[in-house]
Design a protein around this ligand. Structure first.
Ligand code: ZN
Ligand code: ZN
Length: 166
């Protein structure tokens, strides 16, 4: 287990003894989400502020998470950075020996990956004919030139799907 993951485990005994626990951590998030986020990777460390308190027969965690993802643009495939800040509210049984918050931190991070992400709001994308990134420069393809066979196939399929709708 890496140090980052170890640092996300807290002894319940200690939380009980001290009547709570608070701390701020800087995590190398890559080991946490190595498998789970295709097309996205943590851009630098993630800052975690965690506060445990005792409530009834549960341990309450209130945490703040701040970091950034490196994502691939849905239109032009360029990598770009998207910052996020989110909160975790979770409870754990007081009967456990260790509170492991790695899964909660992982889930909170993954929820911050949008299904689609653009490198900029007006991203022009790639030319469907020659593949050139149109943000860099116009490619000179003419609109009346025939599309490559793959693009035509896609258009046909989309049409068929539209027609299938009653
Ligand atoms: Zn883009
Ligand atoms: Zn082109």
């Amino acid at each position: 287990m890496s140090d980052e993951l170890k640092s996300l485990r807290f002894e319940v005994k200690r939380i009980k003894e001290e009547g709570g626990l608070a701390g701020a951590f800087e995590l190398d998030a890559a080991p946490l989400v190595a498998q789970e986020a295709p097309g996205a990777r943590p851009a630098g460390p993630v800052r975690l502020e965690a506060e445990f308190s005792l409530g009834g027969n549960r341990i309450l965690l209130q945490a703040k998470l701040a970091g950034a993802w490196t994502l691939v643009c849905s239109r032009c495939l360029a990598e770009h950075r998207l910052g996020y800040a989110c909160a975790i509210d979770e409870t754990y049984p007081l009967t456990a020996e260790v509170v492991d918050i790695a899964d909660d931190v992982r889930q909170a991070m993954l929820l911050e990956i949008p299904p689609r992400s653009l490198c900029r709001p007006d991203c022009k994308g790639l030319c469907p004919r020659c593949g050139q990134n149109l943000n860099a420069a116009p490619c000179g393809c003419k609109a009346e030139e025939p599309l490559p066979p793959e693009a035509l196939k896609k258009l046909t399929i989309e049409k068929e799907i539209n027609h299938a709708e009653p």
